[in-house]
Design a protein. Structure first.
Length: 137
């Protein structure tokens, strides 16, 4: 069992839930392909997990902090939370909806400096770039 799967199992267990086969599969799909819309996740899982189970699992994972929902206007995608992946930001294509992860230690330093300069205790932050991906430009 991987470290991420062990963390998933322990997170579920702490709230009296078990790591079932469908939950493990949905988690694996999110590890490999996230961020995804709930519809995309259900489509990727349809050969193994039924749609209703995917939607119930997404709700459970969101309630337990296993996944984060990223809102883009009225649409959203889901991805694993920072329990399972490093802190990052996103660039979202306005045309096709592709979401790219952005990781920048330099950006994190600048954000921390900005907060300190204003005597602000930052508990979290997010940055979203909107524009067009390479294929849609």
């Amino acid at each position: 069992m991987t470290t991420a799967t062990t963390t998933l199992k322990n997170t579920l267990k702490a709230s009296s839930f078990s790591l079932t086969g469908p939950r493990r599969y949905i988690f694996k799909v999110l590890q490999e392909h996230g961020p995804l819309s709930t519809v995309e996740l259900a489509e990727r899982c349809e050969s193994t997990v039924n749609r209703a189970t995917v939607y119930r699992t997404v709700e459970l994972f969101e309630d337990l902090g296993i996944i984060n929902r990223l809102w883009y206007g009225f649409k959203s995608t889901i991805e694993l939370s920072e329990i399972f992946m490093p802190h990052h930001h996103h660039a979202v294509c306005e045309q096709c909806g592709e979401t790219l992860d952005i990781t920048s230690p330099e950006l994190e330093i600048v954000i921390a400096r900005l907060a300190r300069a204003r005597d602000f205790l930052a508990l979290g932050h997010s940055l979203e770039l909107r524009g067009y991906c390479k294929n849609c430009q």
